[in-house]
Design a binder for this molecule. Structure first.
Ligand SMILES: [Zn+2]
Length: 279
């Protein structure tokens, strides 16, 4: 079984603007081709013609047992209205977690303005994913997306599970320490490249990840995710294979950790006809 903990239905190139059903079809095709059983879809911090709202993604994926939605939050516009909307979606079990984008927006995760979001995460026992590391766009401000900032909020909210996206690339050591030190902090390996890996870059990333595990980051706290459509699922599965991890750890990273982290009911998926889920 495979769970991709980090995908998007955004358009990153305006010249090829797909509508939401078109993006979803592409995601489902990529999942089928790569035997990915479940994808977590992370919505953006902004709504534009190419970036659908959380509500739109929830509605478009209703009835799809293999897609779950993580709600993107905008720090800049975060308001009581957002809190009420998120609460309603959490009560209806329409979303499985929250996502923040420091760096893309200028704020530190521990900013008190976001306390209501963390309180919701605690109340509904859903995790908070935090973009960390490089911002892909030069307009980003990376002092905000440094993984060390996650430590602060992880200490403030010890009952909330946090995830440092992209291993905090390129601040792998800082990410290591924050994940190691805090019981409630996890990381994903998504978005380490754009498109496909080059051989040398892949070898470099392999070393980083192996070092992290060797140093003491529990494989139970590392989740497999891609950042599709920015990277291909094919190259990411290959990357995983080439890590040559013990089969037990590989299984943890490919799906078992995600089931626990997002509290996924895979029995429910199996009932809906996705029989290969336990394979
Ligand atoms: Zn992403």
């Amino acid at each position: 079984m495979i769970i991709d903990c980090h995908t998007h239905l955004n358009n990153y190139h305006d010249e090829t603007l797909d509508d939401l059903p078109g993006c979803l079809e592409k995601l489902q095709t990529s999942m089928r081709r790569n035997r990915v059983d479940i994808s977590m879809v992370l919505t953006s911090y902004k709504v534009t013609p190419g970036r659908p709202s959380t509500r739109a993604v929830v509605d478009a994926t209703k009835g799809m047992a293999n897609i779950h939605v993580i709600a993107g939050i905008s720090y800049k516009t975060f308001s009581e209205k957002d809190v009420a909307e998120l609460r309603a979606m959490l009560e209806a079990k329409e979303i499985k977690g929250l996502k923040l984008y420091p760096g893309y927006e200028p704020f530190y995760p521990a900013d008190t303005k976001l306390a209501p979001a963390y309180q919701l995460a605690e109340e509904f026992d859903v995790p908070v994913m935090i973009h960390c590391g490089d911002t892909y766009a030069p307009q980003g401000r990376v002092k905000y997306s440094h993984p060390i900032n996650v430590d602060d909020v992880a200490v403030d909210f010890p009952k909330v599970r946090f995830l440092i996206c992209h291993l905090g690339n390129p601040w792998f050591r800082d990410c290591m320490e924050v994940v190691y030190k805090n019981n409630n902090v996890y990381t994903d390996i998504s978005g380490l490249t754009l498109g496909d890996f080059s051989d040398r870059f892949e070898a470099y990333m392999r070393t980083q990840l192996k070092e992290m595990i060797l140093w003491g980051v529990n494989p139970k706290k590392v989740l497999w995710g891609t950042d599709w459509p920015l990277v291909s699922m094919e190259s990411y599965l290959q990357f995983m294979d080439e890590l040559r991890l013990p089969p037990k750890d590989k299984e943890l990273m490919l799906w078992r950790n995600a089931v626990e982290f997002y509290k996924l009911d895979v029995q429910e998926h199996a009932k809906k006809g996705l029989g290969k889920l336990f394979g």
